[in-house]
Design a binder for this molecule. Structure first.
Ligand code: AMP
Length: 285
């Protein structure tokens, strides 16, 4: 089996990309940190569907140091490029992997950092204050190196999706950002590369997160006041075995600003810790 090509440098990437652009192909980018699962592969299939058989799909795999705090799992984050390449080969749909060495993204002396307010404020930023500037910086770098016409992001990281849309809008990057619904396990747990950290016991508990969010969304739709529903959800999560609840919040689905009632599209978002794993999830209300 011939494996999908892996490109490691921005010069090789640029040469390939320019050859395709000269042929008039639409180019889609699917940015990932690897440890690929069915959620990522769904993004790749959506990208393929979107650009059609004549288009080109590039999957980037880069574990971005700028979005990890010193105490987070950068060193232990699962990395297996050969397994990722094999998955992309069998799932089909991608033309090559761009897996840059860190020096291609952050050469010596690199000092830029993109800061975003608006949708980046609050929620994830409370527990991870540098996270979205790390994400925005690497996504901008990848966009400028790959120069795609469109890029695919999962609703799994809903706040991140809105931050990336804001980045593209504010900096006139001219890239269409496509959000893809969350892919879940049979019990509703959102697929995540970090689910690999869950013990069998934690895995049971993890499955309750989406059910609690679903139940909370239903209660709010039936008239329970939003703030009360958020508090109740947090205490149910604690009773279910989560050791910490960073937030359960019902927010405006476009801006992530707090809402008092359901007079516009809203989203429930949560982050909670079980064992040593921090899980996030969200869904429409
Ligand atoms: P990551 O490798 O975790 O940075 O994720 C790369 C991309 O895949 C991001 O746009 C994620 O939102 C998306 N993604 C991760 N898990 C899922 C999932 N379960 N369903 C849909 N998209 C996902």
């Amino acid at each position: 089996m011939t494996l999908i090509p892996i490109i490691r440098t921005k010069s090789a990437l640029g040469a390939q990309r320019n050859a395709w652009a000269a042929d008039g192909a639409s180019i889609a980018l699917v940015p990932t940190m690897g440890a690929l699962h069915e959620g990522h592969l769904t993004l790749v299939r959506e990208a393929r569907r979107y650009v059609g058989p004549q288009g080109r799909v590039i999957v980037s795999i880069f574990v971005n140091p700028a979005q990890f705090a010193p105490h987070e799992d950068f060193d232990h984050y699962p990395r297996d490029l050969a397994a990722d390449a094999a998955k992309l080969e069998t799932s089909g749909g991608a033309d090559f992997i761009y897996a840059p060495d860190a020096s291609e993204i952050y050469p010596d002396g690199f000092a830029a950092r993109i800061h975003i307010d608006g949708p980046a404020s609050g929620l994830e930023s409370e527990a991870r204050p540098h996270f979205f500037s790390g994400v925005a910086t690497v996504v901008a770098k990848l966009f400028l190196q790959v120069k795609p016409g469109c890029a695919f992001f999962g609703e799994k990281d809903y706040q991140q999706l809105l931050v990336v849309k804001q980045l593209v809008r504010d900096l006139d990057l001219g890239i269409e950002i496509v959000g893809v619904p969350i892919v879940r396990e049979a019990d509703g747990l959102a697929l995540s590369s970090r689910n690999a950290y869950l013990s069998a016991h934690d895995r049971q508990i993890a499955g309750t997160l989406n059910r609690v969010l679903q139940g909370t969304a239903t209660m709010v739709r039936k008239g329970t006041p939003i703030e009360r529903a958020e508090h109740e959800a947090a205490s149910i999560l604690k009773q279910s075995g989560f050791s910490r609840v960073d937030y359960v919040a019902i927010r405006d689905a476009e801006t992530l600003e707090p809402v008092k009632n359901l007079d516009r599209p809203a989203r429930i978002l949560a982050a909670s810790v079980v064992g040593r794993t921090r899980l996030i999830d969200n869904m429409p209300v």
